[in-house]
Design a protein around this ligand. Structure first.
Ligand code: GDP
Ligand code: IMO
Ligand code: MG
Length: 428
């Protein structure tokens, strides 16, 4: 039995979807533990591209169990549109293949309204959220006024909670934020339809996963977003509203930490970020544009162009520590082919010190000057490489430096979006 976490080691979009799909071959159960449909995970199988937001990337296999854990926030509208999208592409989504936690919180229409209105109210300090209602839904969860899936399953409970919420939310929306009130009956009727459709999928997923672990099944926990979007360890407030780091797995699934054996950090060979917030190694020049075009760095969920920059080993070292990584998977090594020189950040000059950890304060971070080490690039395309030995010498040096600096081995190297464009170097 192995239980392992696949998590983003940077600002999201590292290739978690691809790596989850690749590693899911070795797992029977694939579990999402945080975030919601703010995520956009791309998987390419046999010339077809799938874009997943809420459903675990293991769904593309015929006989694996996929779980949406209690730590996820679930927008039923998004869930059903994803199920329909997959079914249209010939992927079966049945209650045998997908379970949704009865403890997960439900994204309501007012969460989406609030997300957009609050962003507008922040003005120049906007976070650049995906507008999917993620933050307001988690706010209600922690404020203890949220509506859970189990509440949605009970008509009377749901009715009462919706009324209570709408009476306060509508005042806030109309009187403070200048938006339009939501109509109780309209929301209630639509959500009652969702409730019916959702019912067969709803389970106590902590019990379900625990039983699978006891049966010796392998379980893969699929993270969304990335280390620096973590609510505690990210570039607060330019973060998402959940724990994207390994610590989020236990609380987000109801599985104790001693039952989780490995954590693999997915790291892109360079760095990208969507939305606002600091980014020390950002390249706002022709090289950044070159990487964006060659790496097709445009968001899966919002279509926004991603900011691009050099690989930052300070970030990877921080992720290795915070999430206790057992190894890295380095993706998009193929994208960098063709750059004559590559830079890698190996520390920040901060006041009169050199630091190799990520500071908490954004004001301190703004003062940090990245210290770079330069590497010779590799001219040759590597999308066909099948082994570590087959990689150019300079690519190997680049990977070795990641291992050396972070004290964490690289167990997987990805050289293209497809399953077979993956090189396994060792145990995860
Ligand atoms: P996620 O959110 O971490 O799952 O990543 P996204 O799907 O948002 O973005 C990663 C993009 O890179 C997707 O379009 C993937 O198909 C693609 N991708 C993943 N690994 C590789 C790789 O090694 N090389 C290339 N060229 N593309 C990759
Ligand atoms: P995957 O799983 C990249 C970013 C948003 C914004 C911030 C807060 O595909 O890696 P939110 O809507 O979560 O309140 O937005 O977080 N963000 C992501 N960036 N990849 C993601 O997911 C993201 N999910 C949220 O752009 O800056
Ligand atoms: Mg993504």
């Amino acid at each position: 039995m192995t239980t392992f976490i696949v998590l983003g080691a940077q600002w999201g979009d590292e290739g978690k979807g691809k790596m989850t799909d690749y590693l899911a071959e070795e797992a029977e159960v694939i579990v999402r533990y945080q975030g919601g449909n703010n995520a956009g995970h791309t998987v390419e199988v046999e010339n077809r591209q799938y874009k997943l937001h809420l459903i675990p990337s293991g769904i593309l296999y015929d006989h694996k169990l996929n779980v949406i854990g209690n730590g996820v926030v679930v927008d039923p509208e998004a869930l059903f549109s994803e199920i329909d999208y997959l079914e249209n592409l010939g992927v079966k989504v049945t209650p045998e293949k997908l379970a949704v936690s009865d403890r997960a919180h439900v994204i309501m229409p007012y969460h989406k309204t609030l997300d957009k209105l609050k962003e507008k109210a922040r003005g120049k300090n906007e976070i650049g959220t995906t507008g999917k209602g993620i933050g307001p839904c988690y706010t209600d969860k922690f404020e203890r006024s949220g509506i859970r899936i189990c509440d949605l399953m009970n008509k009377d409970v749901f009715e009462e909670k919706l009324k209570e919420n709408l009476s306060l939310k509508n005042k806030y929306i109309t009187q403070v934020l200048g938006g339009e009130a939501l109509n109780f009956k309209e929301v209630f009727d639509v959500y009652m339809e969702y409730s019916e459709r959702l019912k067969p999928y709803v389970k106590d997923t902590s019990v379900l996963i625990y039983e699978k672990i006891k049966d010796n099944s392998s379980v893969l926990f699929e993270g969304a977003q990335g280390m620096l979007l973590d609510i505690d360890y990210g570039t607060y407030p330019y973060v998402t509203s959940s724990n994207t780091t390994a610590g989020g797995v236990s609380s987000g699934t109801g599985i104790g930490p001693s039952m989780i054996s490995r954590a693999i950090g997915i790291a892109k060979a360079y760095t990208t970020r969507v939305g606002k917030g600091p980014f020390p190694t950002e390249l706002e020049d022709a090289t950044g544009d070159w990487i964006r075009e060659r790496g097709h760095e445009y968001g899966v969920t919002t279509g926004r162009s991603r900011r691009c920059g050099w690989l930052d080993l300070v970030i990877l070292k921080t992720t290795a520590r915070v999430s206790g990584l057992t190894s890295f998977a380095v993706t998009k090594m193929d994208t960098l082919a063709g750059l004559e020189k590559l830079k890698v950040c190996i520390g920040y000059k901060f006041k009169d010190k050199i630091i190799d950890y990520f500071p908490a304060s954004l004001e301190d971070l703004a003062e940090c000057q990245p210290i770079y080490e330069e590497f010779e690039g590799w001219g040759e395309e590597i999308t066909q490489a099948e082994s570590y030995e087959g990689l150019p010498q300079n690519a190997k040096k680049y990977l070795k430096r990641i291992e050396e600096f972070t004290g964490t081995k690289v167990s997987v190297i990805s050289v293209g979006p497809k399953r077979n464009q993956t090189i396994r170097v060792g145990d995860i």
